[in-house]
Design a protein around this ligand. Structure first.
Ligand code: PLP
Length: 444
């Protein structure tokens, strides 16, 4: 029988409350904690809390639970690896799983030619390393990134990030020489205007040539353009294909490196192993993390061989590419490889289901995405203005009914479920979403 969410005790239940109280007393106040979910265990697309409630996860632990919760093949790989050795330090010594994972990651994204790989503990660390790599290779100081971008939270990475002011406030001075351009969106510009009203604000990549490189910044000083091929935290924004192609062209013209941050869009999320393949654009460097280890901490910088030219000792890490994480990543890639056709099909079904809901609920604005990386914007039916408070209410309402949702951007819900989710499970989630929207709309 098809499983459904089950809420036995309104969350947070008594056990959850106890843990939340202890956490609140001792943990850093910087944590966000979207809603009071206290997980005990998970299986596939399902999460169980400490009070016995069962939730359907439509956000994949923020696009990390690629193979779902505790996938048996990933768990087995972790168990086997952990009985052999937990650590030796990949910067200084060798082991098979490290070499295997580098080889495997170097096999993705055609048109990049021969590649080399540096493994990290996280997406942030991979971005940080990529900043160092592009500066080292080009001997140029400046970097270009995009408004709405999220690249992580170390000082270099937040210098590229331009998502929420609180992520940067009082941490400065940040890296100098970082230029943020508006990200190209076919439906709503960065300034929140619907596309039809805002032609003057919209960047076409050529603005770099006609304005920035002419009047403000010599392209010969620019090391790299960092871009999420689909913007994640900024609101699940899909750029027009031409935008990425134009950036590729501009980079080639000026010897600038193109870096794709695939931390959120990679590892099968789009129905291709990496979004670069979906757009058919080869960057010079791609960065991976999140879903790569199914939750085990691992990330990667993958660069064209001629770009990863830094010498021995110039970059390293004690724990990065840990043997247990490498095995988890190899098992994850095996599972995801098999899931790719299903991800594409289920993504289409999800978009079709949301489009059906859009006919009933005027508050649903743009629906966009590919594979299981789908964003749904909530906007005022008459003015088209985003309604951030509705997003927050919807997250809470869905949680109370056993559906885990997570917002991004101003008023977008991101649908990034575990890649193992079935079409039946997607239907259950859409049904609950419909109920939530009915109830919230009645309140108005
Ligand atoms: N890059 C992108 C596109 C991300 O979405 C994130 C995290 O959300 C990061 C980088 C940072 O990754 P991590 O949280 O693993 O450090």
């Amino acid at each position: 029988m098809l499983q459904r969410p089950e809420i036995k005790v309104a969350p947070p239940g008594p056990k959850a409350k106890e843990i939340i109280a202890k956490d609140g007393a001792y943990s850093s106040p910087s944590y966000i904690k979207e809603y009071p979910l206290v997980i005990e265990r998970g299986e596939g697309s399902w999460v169980y809390d400490v009070d016995g409630n069962r939730y359907l996860d439509f956000m994949g632990g923020i696009a990390v639970a690629s193979t779902g919760y505790s996938h048996p093949r990933v768990v087995k790989a972790i168990q086997q690896a952990s009985t052999k050795f937990l650590h030796i330090c990949s910067t200084d010594f060798y082991y098979a799983s490290f070499a295997d994972l580098c080889e495997r990651l170097a096999s993705y994204v055609p048109k990049m030619g021969k590649k080399r790989v540096f493994l990290t503990n996280s997406g942030t660390e991979a971005i940080e390393g990529a900043i160092k790599l592009v500066r080292h290779h080009t001997k140029r100081p400046y970097l270009i990134a995009f408004k709405g971008a999220f690249h992580g939270r170390s000082l270099g990475a937040i210098s590229l990030t331009s998502s929420k002011v609180g992520q940067r406030a009082f941490f400065g001075p940040l890296l100098p020489g970082v230029l943020h351009l508006p990200y190209a969106s076919p439906y709503r510009c960065y300034y929140g205007k619907e596309k039809k009203d805002c032609e003057s604000h919209c960047i076409c990549a050529n603005q770099l040539e006609t304005d920035w490189f002419k009047n403000h910044m010599d392209p010969k000083e620019v090391a790299a353009i960092f871009i999420e091929p689909i913007q994640g935290e900024g609101g699940y924004v899909m750029p027009p294909r031409k935008f990425l192609a134009d950036l590729r062209h501009i980079c080639d013209e000026h010897g600038i490196l193109l870096v794709f941050d695939e931390v959120q869009s990679g590892v099968g999320r789009t129905g291709r192993m990496f979004a670069s393949e979906y757009f058919d654009i080869a960057p010079d460097v791609y960065v991976s993390a999140k879903g790569l280890g199914s939750g085990m901490p691992i990330g990667a910088i993958v660069a064209k061989e001629k770009v990863m030219s830094w010498p021995r000792g110039s970059h390293g890490s004690t724990n990065a590419g840990n043997p247990v994480c490498c095995e988890a990543a190899l098992a994850t890639l095996d599972v995801v490889d098999e899931l790719l056709p299903q991800i594409q099909k289920n993504g289409e079904m999800l978009i079709a289901g949301l489009s059906e809901l859009q006919k009933k609920h005027a508050v649903i604005g743009d629906i966009r995405g590919v594979g299981l990386m789908v964003g749904c914007e909530f906007s005022h039916p008459k003015t088209g203005e985003p309604i951030p408070e509705f997003k927050a209410q919807l997250e809470q309402k869905a949680f109370s009914k056993g559906l885990l949702l997570l917002g991004c951007g101003q008023s977008v819900i991101r649908f990034a479920p575990p890649l193992v989710i079935t079409s039946e499970e997607l239907e259950v989630g859409l049904e609950i979403l419909d109920q939530c929207l009915n109830e919230l709309e009645k309140l108005k």
